[in-house]
Design a protein around this ligand. Sequence first.
Ligand SMILES: [Zn+2]
Length: 185
Amino acid sequence: MECDTCREWMSLWLDNRLTQGEIRQVESHTATCPACRALLDAIHRVDRLLAAAPMMSPAPGFTARFQARLSSRRRRYRTWAGLVTLALATLALSLATMILLAIPGLTLWENLSTSGMLAQSIGLLLDLAQACVALLKLAWLIVGALARGLRHPIFIAYIVATAILTVVWAQVVTRRVLAHRPAIT
Ligand SMILES: [Zn+2]
């Protein structure tokens, strides 16, 4: 028997694919060939080690703990994503509101400074500041509600309410500006 054939059959032997006659041939070759003998011994040692090693299994409760940790991480991620979206939406709405207010405000200021109605313009600015405070209070209430876990319905309601407030506010401001504009002569 050739050494190459013998080594090929050794791996077949490990897979239990040798007949008794073939096993005897391998054994008679390894009895006279020290190199193949050493290889066969090594293979048998590894095989015995693998057979003796206990099956690795996770610690009791590992799967439950892992899933709990995974879902808590997902929950935390959703909360943060919601808060970041809320913050960005608030920022965008505030910017839009400021721009909407700044344009008529500047026009108003221009008209007032030429017509001497400064007192009225200051009154209007105070009104705007009060409206600003009311909006901030609403935002704070909504953030508090969100922190307590009412995420989606409140978030949508907040967006709708802020959008409506912005539109209404812009319309009120525009109307006041038009009302205060001095008549062109
Ligand atoms: Zn050999």
